[in-house]
Design a protein around this ligand. Sequence first.
Ligand code: FAD
Ligand code: N01
Length: 532
Amino acid sequence: MAAAPEHRDVLIVGAGFSGLYLLHRLRQRDLQAHLVDRAPSVGGTWYWNRYPGCRCDVESMTYSYSFDEELEQEWSWSTRYADQPEILRYLNHVADRFDLRRDIQLETSVTAARWDEDASLWRVTTNHGELTARWFVMATGCLSIPNTPRFPGLDRFDGAWYHTAAWPEDGVDFTGQRVGVIGTGSTGIQTIPQVAAQAEQLTVFQRTPNFSIPAWNGPMDPAAEAARKAIYRETRATARRGPTGDIWPESTSTALAVSAEEREAEYERRWHEGSFSFLSSFHDITTDETANETAAEFVRNKIRATVTDPAVAELLCPYNHPLGTKRLCVDTDYYATYNRPNVTLVDIKDAPIEEITETGLITGGTEYAFDSLIFATGFDSMTGALLAVDIRGRNDQSLRDLWAEGPHSYLGLTVHGFPNLFTMTGPGSPSVLSNMMTSIEQHVEWVDECIGHLSEQGQTTIEATPDAQADWDQQVHDEAYATLYPRAASWYMGANIPGKPRVFLPYIGGVGKYTEICANVAADGYRGFVVA
Ligand code: FAD
Ligand code: N01
């Protein structure tokens, strides 16, 4: 007879920022929590993405845990935007400091999960056998399933090729090499300047130009750090209340109500502040096409002023989507990199990559030869990691079937028909439209309190009602279509993956509003759920 599967109260999948914090919270309760991750290390995003130039683009003093004041005060970031090794060190430090490792099982992939109606628990299949758990939390990340386009011939390429989200642990030395980069999203924009400085020749294949704002990264100023630490509590509260989960002020003026000079001055000021604050220069940038165009043209002029070859500058100027509707990028020397003699930009908008050959790739009938190819081609975002697992709820209902035309959720956290399943930063939650640290902490605290509350009451299941879910789906849709975001063929819309349904995935109503909705749902006795 096979051994009975190991049982835990809560099974968490994913050892990134979400899973680690949830494990820590649940430990304070009289509950046995267990965390698995397929990676050989904790860290999530910050373990897998180790390409040259990888760093956060939300300031580290905001893009960090706020739940423990001592941690917050004791940890020092070396730069304004920490690089990947430093963020990974931080996550390892957190795992040690809170003694999390004893409940973490690494190199363990979850492949399937089935709700056992009779026992009221989840049966979860991993590569190391079955586990059962009353509560099942997918903290599997929104950007954790790399998208590798299936270009014909990739398997016969004689050189080396890398996806930026599965980068070799020991790094790669491109010295003396001819390197091709495919993709100009946030990842490509971070890695291109770094690879250009090392490789002999770099060719960038661009399908869609993106808007990028300078990071103005630099060493952390000790005085600025001390000043921020003195008011850390207040700034964290500001982040939680605001729409973006960050701390810059949202403008209340409209771009078109002020004079052209005032508008330019504000764009200039935000440009020099760096990062996502630019998108908040005026409150109608994301909702009014004409207002948006003023910001877009400001950035295009910056590109034209930076890139010396006017033809290359024009190729780098985005025209096919409103600014911000594809995720804004944040860079260090991205546009200036195209002034280097060893960098070539190839526009593949009208001439897609046809095939990979033994020696390189072919686009527009021309073959380019490389020693290495870098795929900076992004992720199957938001739904990818959830649907990679064969999740089956009541009556053997498959999540893949239920979401075949796009995801359905209540609060982006739960799904009708899938009791006791929580999807951290899932579709229908603010997640990728915010400073994700703020959203992650909000989710973790809500889920922890929900599980804790029900357990204390002796209740064993919670499940979204169909009405609450339909209403939430509608809200997610309506909020999105009140903005310009759905106009872009973005990964927010699932447009980067062939065959993926075109549905706006995150909740765009804002972090503060979302947090209040979730808090009210709980305060109203988990309104919209059946609790038993
Ligand atoms: P992740 O960190 O993605 O962790 C999920 C974990 O689940 C992974 O370790 C994965 O191995 C594991 N997993 C998935 N499926 C399975 C399975 N079936 N079985 C077992 N394990 C599984 N956000 C910001 O707000 N600001 C930033 O500056 C920022 N920078 C980013 C930079 C990069 C390069 C990328 C890719 C993303 C960035 N993000 C940023 C988004 C980032 O993903 C989140 O901020 C955050 O790190 C996500 O944490 P998480 O714990 O939710 O998920
Ligand atoms: O991925 P992307 P990413 N042929 O999907 C192109 C976070 N992040 O890894 O735009 C040719 O944005 C694709 O072209 P197009 C952040 O949330 C944060 O860069 O689809 N090209 C695009 O240019 C970010 O948004 C940081 O036309 C193809 C690129 O590949 C998210 O992760 C850093 C192609 C993919 O861009 C994803 O960013 C890194 C094909 N078949 C990531 N398929 C920070 O700085 C795709 N492309 C914090």
